[in-house]
Design a protein around this ligand. Structure first.
Ligand SMILES: [Zn+2]
Length: 145
């Protein structure tokens, strides 16, 4: 099997100067610097889907600090260590809902990764909510079989 999207190689290839022409790992079809990089550099997300995509890209790229900073203070772990063996290579947004009366946004997606030559699939319905500073954050998610 051959792969063409090159994901999983960010750790090796993510040198300065190259990244501006890279297609975003979130598979939006846009270039990274027009897409998730903006959020990774501190831009506020417009909605839950954008935030979820930027977090997926952060998983691909190993951006642990971004994963923590985009996590709601109520549920955020103290630290986060991503396994370099886990190579995320697929994302599909299944459903993205507008904010409800409780100020929650839900995004359902499927993501896949490789680890030790095996492919794993996960489906999650993520919940996003604004924190005390008014920024939209990931709060929790529910696995869907
Ligand atoms: Zn993106």
């Amino acid at each position: 099997m051959t792969t063409t999207n090159g994901s999983g190689q960010w750790h090796k290839k993510g040198k300065k100067g190259e990244r501006n022409t890279l297609i975003c790992p979130c598979q939006s079809g846009c270039e990274y610097h027009d897409c998730c990089e903006l959020l990774h550099l501190g831009k506020a997300p417009l909605n839950g889907e954008q935030l979820m995509r930027s977090r997926y890209s952060a998983f691909v790229m190993g951006l642990e600090r971004y994963l923590l900073s985009s996590w709601h203070e109520e549920t955020r772990p103290e630290t986060l260590t991503l396994s370099p063996e886990q190579q995320w290579f697929y994302l599909k947004v299944i459903k993205s809902c507008a904010e409800n009366d409780q100020g929650e946004q839900y995004v359902t997606f499927e993501a896949r990764y490789r680890e030790n030559h095996q492919v794993y699939k996960m489906c999650e319905k993520s919940r996003f909510i604004k924190d005390s500073s008014g920024l939209l954050k990931y709060i929790d998610g529910e696995f869907i079989a």
